[in-house]
Design a protein around this ligand. Structure first.
Ligand code: CA
Length: 428
């Protein structure tokens, strides 16, 4: 097997078709891949001394790196622009789905008093904690299955995240060295995040909590530990207890949208003086709070006044879309309503039956959608994007209801063709 093919096999990309369609630049990869492997080996060898100085035993270091090569999936993720740039409306309709709201409410009920205790101890809203858990791993369903030592050393040996990779790599090895978790537990996302709420190794070290009191900080398997750790992290990031992340608001008919953005923070009272109101006629409970105006879809979509806690959520993941999704999901878990104002362009999310149908139909046409599970993850969205290209539509990878209609029409056309092929000739 050629080295390139082996790398592709490891990445799960070794389909013959995929190799054939490799762009020219990538077909030069064997030499480059060998050079990368050599550079990686040199890094692993030289970093051993750094690790030893940090208290990692030679035995652990050698065991951790036994047989490791740079992970091509990590290289690709680190180098590439994100494949999908979803609008805020698309992103929210995928991440704050009815299914996720239902699941989250069930988890809130199951965990009951544990969550109340965590909330009482760190002052962080339990709905926000459960929302983060839902966003990060779908409540523990997808905690990531990548070898974190391999991922972090791949980031660490070269490239734009080398410093991050190295320091997190050391932190991961130290967790094992201290006996807090076995080496086999160092499994997670391509960027090294682990457990129910996807903690980086350094954050584990700093913030993880043994909340169930069994003597172990276990973010991997113990839900109370993972959620308490997240609460402690947010509390350290200066979460303001008893306050929300923000409010959906309505702008007056004439409004200078240049006032949106972080730099124009002012009290809610002053925003009210400019004509901004909370939607559905609700009052602002604390008009003295400082807020800034956030218009994720410009003037024609939902508008928000966001508060300090919005920025705290962004410490978890630095995207405004992410913070908005966490904030909104937390409100929905509490029983709140959907946004009053629709997103421009229409982003009606598919319901469960439609999601399964979409995946089934794409798979039947030969697109790789992964497991047919009703979850529209990156594989399904890549399939949607490819199908959109086939249909010469705007390829945004978003599962618009229109895509399902097109797929159904395709099948209708195919059936009509088959029928025409077998139909008896008209007798005339
Ligand atoms: Ca524990």
């Amino acid at each position: 097997m050629s080295l390139l093919f082996r790398l592709l096999a490891v990445a799960g990309l070794a389909g013959a078709l995929w190799v054939v369609t490799l762009p020219a630049a990538l077909t030069l990869a064997p030499g480059a891949a060998e050079a990368n492997e050599a550079a990686y080996r040199r890094f692993v060898k030289s970093f051993r001394a750094t690790a030893r100085k940090s208290g990692i035993s030679g035995e652990l270091y050698d065991r951790a790196f036994k047989g490791l090569t740079p992970d091509p999936v990590v290289v690709k993720k680190n180098a590439h622009q994100p494949e999908f740039v979803l609008s805020a409306g698309q992103y929210l309709s995928l991440t704050v789905s009815d299914t996720r709201i239902e699941k989250g409410r069930a988890r809130l009920e199951e965990l009951g008093s544990v969550l109340d205790k965590i909330e009482a101890r760190w002052g962080v809203d339990k709905h926000v904690l459960v929302a983060i858990w839902g966003m990060e791993t779908n409540f523990g369903l997808f905690k990531g299955d990548m070898n974190v030592v391999r991922s972090l050393s791949t980031l660490g040996y070269r490239g734009r995240r080398a410093r991050f990779g190295r320091s997190e790599l050391l932190a991961a090895l130290k967790i094992v060295q201290r006996g807090e978790a076995p080496l086999e537990a160092m499994v997670g996302s391509w960027a090294g995040a682990m457990g129910h709420t996807q903690f980086l190794p350094s954050n584990f070290t700093r913030y993880a909590v043994d909340f169930d009191g069994d003597g172990k900080r276990d973010i991997w398997e113990t839900i109370p530990d993972a959620l308490a750790s997240t609460a402690r992290f947010l509390s350290s990031a200066k979460w303001q207890a008893g306050k929300t992340w923000g409010y959906e608001v309505a702008l007056p008919r004439r409004f200078n949208t240049k006032l949106a953005g972080r730099r124009n923070a002012r009290s809610i009272k002053r925003w009210q003086a400019l004509g901004i109101k909370r939607v559905r006629g609700k009052a602002f409970p604390r008009p003295a709070d400082t807020a800034s105006l956030f218009l994720p879809a410009g003037r024609n979509g939902p508008a928000f006044l966001i508060l300090r806690n919005f920025r705290v959520i962004m410490r978890y993941n630095a995207a405004t879309k992410y913070a908005l999704a966490v904030g909104h999901l937390s409100d929905r878990l509490r029983g709140g309503e959907a946004f009053a104002r629709p997103w421009p362009g229409g982003v009606r999310p598919l319901n469960t039956a439609e999601r399964f149908e979409l995946q089934r139909r794409l798979a039947a046409k030969g697109y790789e959608v992964g497991e047919i599970d009703g979850i529209l993850g990156s594989k399904t969205r890549a399939a949607v994007k490819a199908y959109q290209k086939e249909k010469k539509r705007r390829a945004d990878g978003f599962p618009h209801p229109k895509i399902l209609e097109l797929l159904r029409a395709d099948e209708g056309a195919a059936i009509a063709e088959d029928a025409a092929a077998v139909a008896p000739k008209p007798a005339n």
